[in-house]
Design a binder for this molecule. Structure first.
Ligand code: 5GP
Length: 190
């Protein structure tokens, strides 16, 4: 998605050789109009599927999923939780994911009542790095007996291997921008 690449170049910031900050439009402040374009682009990439749920993980995935849902006919958006609030008393599915940014391992959870056997699920997230978050989400879907129809990442960092892992596992993955390298403050795309 050329507009996304341009925006990353103009507004993003490389941190070292492994991290991109896009707080100005995606991860802290949200450019809603641009997010609508992202939703539209996900629909274009997954034009041939219909889904019952969009699954993401808190917090940054929520806005992306909610802006994409209208283009799929408003399926519910379910976001996996990274902590267990005292209000989450019901039974849940859980899968381990190592946080790319924090380095800690946590269990992401979805209450069983929000993922059902046979559900057709589209998984969305902001970044794809090592693939831990996305893989954990696929496990939640599998635990429910539901089916992953696709995985969409706004930004994939191709050199961190997550995309390759997911494709090798047989998942259909669409990344709207794939970064090949981050070097000396410069972001290079595939
Ligand atoms: P993975 O689980 O694929 O290793 O990492 C993906 C998760 O880590 C995403 O949910 C995202 O929140 C976070 N993440 C990974 N790389 C970056 C990055 O370069 N910038 C930001 N802002 N978040 C990232």
């Amino acid at each position: 998605m050329e507009a996304l690449k341009d925006k990353i170049i103009r507004e993003g910031q490389a941190v070292g050789t492994g991290i991109v900050k896009v707080d100005g439009f995606l991860n802290h402040q949200i450019d809603v109009k641009f997010m609508d374009e992202i939703g539209k682009e996900f629909r274009r990439r997954f034009a041939d599927i219909e889904v019952d749920k969009i699954l993401t993980v808190e917090a940054s995935g929520i806005g992306i999923a909610c802006m994409t849902a209208p283009y799929f006919g408003y399926p519910p958006v379910v976001f996996a939780k990274k902590t267990t609030p005292s209000t989450m008393t019901e039974d849940f599915y859980g899968a381990e994911a190592k946080s790319f940014t924090k380095g800690t391992v946590s269990i992401i959870r979805v209450a069983k009542k929000y993922l059902h056997e046979g559900d057709r699920v589209l998984i969305l997230d902001d970044f794809l790095a090592h693939g831990q978050a996305a893989l954990a989400m696929t496990q939640l879907v599998q635990q429910a007996g539901a089916k992953v129809l696709g995985i969409g990442a706004v930004i994939e960092k191709g050199f961190q291997g997550g995309g390759q892992k997911l494709r090798q596992a047989g998942f259909r993955l669409e990344s709207l921008a794939v970064i090949e390298k981050i070097d000396d403050g410069t972001i290079a795309f595939v």
